[in-house]
Unconditional design. Structure first.
Length: 129
């Protein structure tokens, strides 16, 4: 699965035609949503898959000090996905996600910021008619 995000990142400029800014959230969201869903990555940003335990669990159910391979794989995939998403942002949009610690946090921050702006624009356009 790591190869999926890395491969997408390498070919991103030919796949995504817009960088997110104040005026194009619906278009940007549609492109990214379709891309992530089509490649089985949407679960990282919709909360379906959660971060596994950082350490392995022993037979008695207690945490060990041994790092979990599942955690390392998940972390690598999540950061690759966060990189993919941030590569599609304008500098202004990127400034809103600096400090985010997961692809889910990046996605949610962008949705909270730009979906509201897009809805407000629709309301304004309708009132202008």
């Amino acid at each position: 699965m790591v190869a999926t995000a890395v491969t997408l990142l390498a070919n991103l400029s030919s796949i995504i035609s817009v960088k997110l800014d104040d005026n194009n959230y619906p278009i940007w969201h549609f492109q990214l949503y379709s891309l992530l869903r089509g490649h089985g990555l949407l679960k990282f940003v919709d909360g379906t898959v959660s971060c596994p335990s950082q350490y392995t669990i022993s037979d008695d159910g207690s945490l060990t000090s041994t790092p979990s391979e599942d955690y390392e794989d998940w972390l690598e995939q999540d950061w690759n996905l966060a990189s993919l998403i941030t590569a599609t942002l304008s500098p202004e949009a990127l400034s809103h996600v600096v400090g985010c610690n997961s692809a889910l946090e990046v996605w949610t921050t962008l949705k909270d910021r730009y979906a509201t702006v897009s809805r407000a624009n629709v309301v304004q356009l309708k009132s202008n008619l």
